[in-house]
Design a protein around this ligand. Sequence first.
Ligand SMILES: CC(=O)CC(=O)SCCNC(=O)CCNC(=O)[C@H](O)C(C)(C)COP(=O)(O)OP(=O)(O)OC[C@H]1O[C@@H](n2cnc3c(N)ncnc32)[C@H](O)[C@@H]1OP(=O)(O)O
Ligand SMILES: NC(=O)C1=CN([C@@H]2O[C@H](COP(=O)(O)OP(=O)(O)OC[C@H]3O[C@@H](n4cnc5c(N)ncnc54)[C@H](OP(=O)(O)O)[C@@H]3O)[C@@H](O)[C@H]2O)C=CC1
Length: 283
Amino acid sequence: MGIQKVMVIGAGQMGSGIAQVCAQAGYEVKLNDIKQEFFERGIGVITKNLSRDVEKGRKTEDEKAAILGRITMSLDLQDASDVDIIIEAAVENMDIKQSIFKQLDEIAPTHAILATNTSSLPITEIAAVTNRPEQVIGMHFMNPVPVMKLVEIIRGLATADEVYKAVEEMTIKLSKTPVEVNDFPGFISNRILLPMINEAIYALYEGVATKEAIDDVMKLGMNHPMGPLTLADFIGLDTCLYIMEILHEGLGDSKYRPCPLLRKYVAAGWLGKKSGRGFYVYE
Ligand SMILES: CC(=O)CC(=O)SCCNC(=O)CCNC(=O)[C@H](O)C(C)(C)COP(=O)(O)OP(=O)(O)OC[C@H]1O[C@@H](n2cnc3c(N)ncnc32)[C@H](O)[C@@H]1OP(=O)(O)O
Ligand SMILES: NC(=O)C1=CN([C@@H]2O[C@H](COP(=O)(O)OP(=O)(O)OC[C@H]3O[C@@H](n4cnc5c(N)ncnc54)[C@H](OP(=O)(O)O)[C@@H]3O)[C@@H](O)[C@H]2O)C=CC1
């Protein structure tokens, strides 16, 4: 039996995007969050994205309705009892992820794959709290999910080949490109991206240039679609700090120390675009 029913945990910026692309590919999706208002915020973003596709003539109203009809609300992890795969996209915190995976291991059918969209946490350590580490895997989507082609697939130490294959096939069905990576802090994407962002924050902290100048140098000089400080706001400064802490702790090298300015902004609640203020101010 292949994958048909999906549960996505966390209806934030990543979870809502993952639910959207799964429903677009024909999967039945349960979108889980801890509160109804978070689910509603997530489904609101999905509806807006689909409406834009209708306006641009890429989808019909019927297709939009069918996609939305495949996404149902879940506020209880017990709803995982009849799904084939769970893709967890809750907050980037090991204790929370391990607690979710422990519960899912009890609830989900024995054949179900437990995947995490973690951007840096060790898959092997998340898998270790379950009785099915061979069915635990990293499925790392990029932000914004409906647009970005990459899914980094991370094998934990115990991940079975058939589980890797099933997730690779699903990724292709989602019209994304899978890239296989082993389980080390930050994998490939964030081991390379986040130190660049952190260095840009240091450049601002040390007064080397203004935030606008730093972003312009990387946009106009290196053809990056967004400057690193804009990108940090877009990812979420809390998530950026979590990732730097994981790199620092996991790789044990001082070159990964998070910039104090990043810590200060997160402590102030300046989390970037999602909170209305980060390096820049948003409406
Ligand atoms: C932290 C991690 O663990 C890993 C990560 O994800 S790191 C972050 C990785 N992502 C990036 O680096 C993104 C870098 N930025 C970009 O690629 C681009 O700025 C962008 C795609 C976000 C926007 O592109 P743009 O050309 O500046 O803007 P815009 O013209 O508005 O958008 C381009 C297309 O994307 C779509 N789009 C933009 N943002 C979107 C969103 N949030 N959701 C859905 N669609 C979106 C637009 O509708 C538009 O589609 P069409 O051209 O088909 O109409
Ligand atoms: N931002 C990015 O660019 C990327 C992020 N990721 C990873 O994806 C994951 C989610 O990030 P992102 O979407 O940006 O974060 P958000 O803060 O936008 O969303 C997280 C969502 O999960 C909810 N949540 C928190 N705890 C639980 C729980 N126990 N059960 C169910 N839902 C919960 C949050 O609710 P509440 O609002 O109450 O906290 C929130 O709605 C993280 O692991 C992150 O590292 C991966 C790729 C890119």
